[in-house]
Design a protein around this ligand. Structure first.
Ligand SMILES: [Fe+2]
Ligand SMILES: [Fe+2]
Length: 481
């Protein structure tokens, strides 16, 4: 069997030779109906019968891996796809560095690995749940299609993690796979595991910010799991990253198109002051200060996903060869880090300071720093759009200490500039830093659906090119099919 191409003859498309892996095939087939129930209950609301122009992976060859066609989402071919195996691959970091990569789970690391897979797996269906109401207010068919593409692929990422659980973790893997369908985003009794995945995604600006910031956390986590010495996890994550790139494209271009439109509308109306919020809003577009507040919210929630700055779990994951650093194999050092230090931002004697910590325990901080650098590049691309439009405004990522629930800064109030303030000052200023109820109401007031092919809501610009090079008036979703 050609590992590059995907077998679509079975109910579960795959390139892992499922037809000859009877036990796992049976387990996955047993899980499938529950998955479909979950999709029907918690997937995009109101569009399950619509025909959506979606890409489906047909190969894992980076040169051409997807085909596009109209699909009803419940009939999407969710499959199990792993990047090709490299027979010579080694464990590339930690105490096992240089050993052949593991094709089976090492017994002593079973619990740790299962935890890594479950935490990653839990985020995938969570975002589908968070985004399930957005279809009703989509600003165009193009955007509606992109939302659904992201949703079906998050569903596939759940399949990817469930395959690992069922193939490599026996009975407890099967129980974990069932639990992934049982938890619900924002549920009081059985919430999703991580904070940002229990927040609401009330409007399309939130969706674009989420796919820019939170899917980018996903990218960083997948990048470090793609380094894993456990080869099936590495191969799974490498293919997921190919899909993830589109999710971040949706976020970056989505926000970019909103601010493009805002700047154009301001220019046309002769509004020079970007802080003239009411005047800008009167044009039916989203003012830039409100977009900055949304960015502050989503960035700070996403920083929390990296966990505590100093973490013995992170050190163990690395030491055992389970989870590496971002672009581990491109870093020039000993890949063991036993004698290294890394500077961690901490709250010491009322001040925010960089403190030397053992590099091993500081790995969460390091990954978060890599994430921040990646975010900052995207924010600069947004600033270029504003600059080109001739509007005098710049977006800025808030300080690490701002609005944190996890880690060093969870108990302090910091401004986006990183100045520590007291509770009373925070209560007074909060509305300047984070979206208020009024901001939310205003954004919500713009969220009226546009479903005519080629048309876009007033608050967002059209994209530069279509998906799959389709023309501007292409009917990406046949809603009443
Ligand atoms: Fe994902
Ligand atoms: Fe994603």
């Amino acid at each position: 069997m050609n590992i590059m191409n995907v077998d679509y003859s079975t109910k579960i498309p795959n390139n892992v030779n499922l037809t000859e892996d009877r036990q796992v095939l049976k387990a996955l087939e047993g899980w499938h109906p529950g998955y479909l129930d979950w999709w029907n209950d918690m997937g995009p609301e109101g569009f399950q019968d619509s025909l959506v122009y979606l890409r489906t992976a047909v190969s894992v060859d980076p040169k051409g891996w997807a085909k596009f066609d109209y699909v009803r989402m419940p009939e999407y071919r969710w499959g199990v796809l792993l990047a090709p195996q490299d027979e010579a691959r080694k464990v590339n970091f930690g105490q096992h560095m240089g050993e052949a990569a593991w094709q089976e789970v090492p017994g002593e690391y079973r619990a740790m690995l299962r935890r890594l897979v479950v935490i990653q797996g839990d985020t995938e269906p969570a975002s589908v749940e968070q985004q399930r109401h957005l279809g009703k207010t989509a600003p165009s068919l193009y955007d509606l299609r992109n939302l659904f593409q992201v949703n079906v692929e998050e569903g596939r990422h759940l399949w990817a993690m469930v395959y690992l659980l069922q193939k490599y973790f026996g009975r407890d893997g099967r129980e974990e796979a069932d639990d992934l369908l049982r938890r619900r985003s924002g549920d009081a009794d059985a919430p999703r595991m991580l904070g940002a995945f229990n927040e609401a995604t009330p409007d399309w600006l939130s969706f674009f910010m989420f796919t820019f910031f939170t899917d980018r956390d996903g990218k960083m986590q997948l990048e470090s799991l793609a380094q894993s010495g456990f080869d099936p996890l590495s191969r799974t994550c490498r293919f997921m990253l190919t899909e993830e790139a589109h999710h971040m494209f949706v976020g970056e271009t989505g926000v970019g198109r909103i601010l493009q439109r805002t700047c154009e509308a301001m220019k046309a109306a002769g509004i020079e002051d970007p802080n003239a919020v009411e005047k800008v809003r009167a044009l039916g577009v989203i003012d830039l200060p409100t977009m900055q507040k949304k960015m502050n919210l989503h960035y700070s929630l996403s920083l929390d996903l990296f966990g505590s700055e100093v973490s013995t779990n992170a050190a163990n994951f690395y030491n055992c060869g389970l989870k590496g650093r971002f672009q581990e194999t491109k870093i020039e050092d000993d890949h063991r880090l036993t004698n290294d230090i890394y500077q961690v931002l901490k709250f010491v004697d009322g001040e925010i300071k960089l403190v030397d910590e053992p590099a091993l325990t500081a790995l969460n901080m390091r990954l978060r720093d890599d994430y921040t650098a990646d975010c900052a590049k995207g924010v600069e691309r947004w600033n270029k759009i504003i600059e080109k439009a001739g509007v005098n405004f710049r977006f800025e990522l808030p300080h690490t200490a701002f609005h944190r629930q996890i880690g060093e800064f969870r108990d302090v109030n910091a401004t986006p500039k990183g100045i520590i303030i007291n509770d009373a000052e925070w209560a007074k200023a909060k509305g300047d830093y984070l979206p208020s109820a009024d901001d939310g109401d205003f954004i919500a007031s713009l969220m009226t659906p546009v479903s005519e092919p080629g048309k876009f809501a007033n608050w967002i610009a059209a994209p530069k090119v279509g998906i799959d090079n389709k023309p501007g008036d292409f009917e990406y979703v046949k809603i009443a099919a």
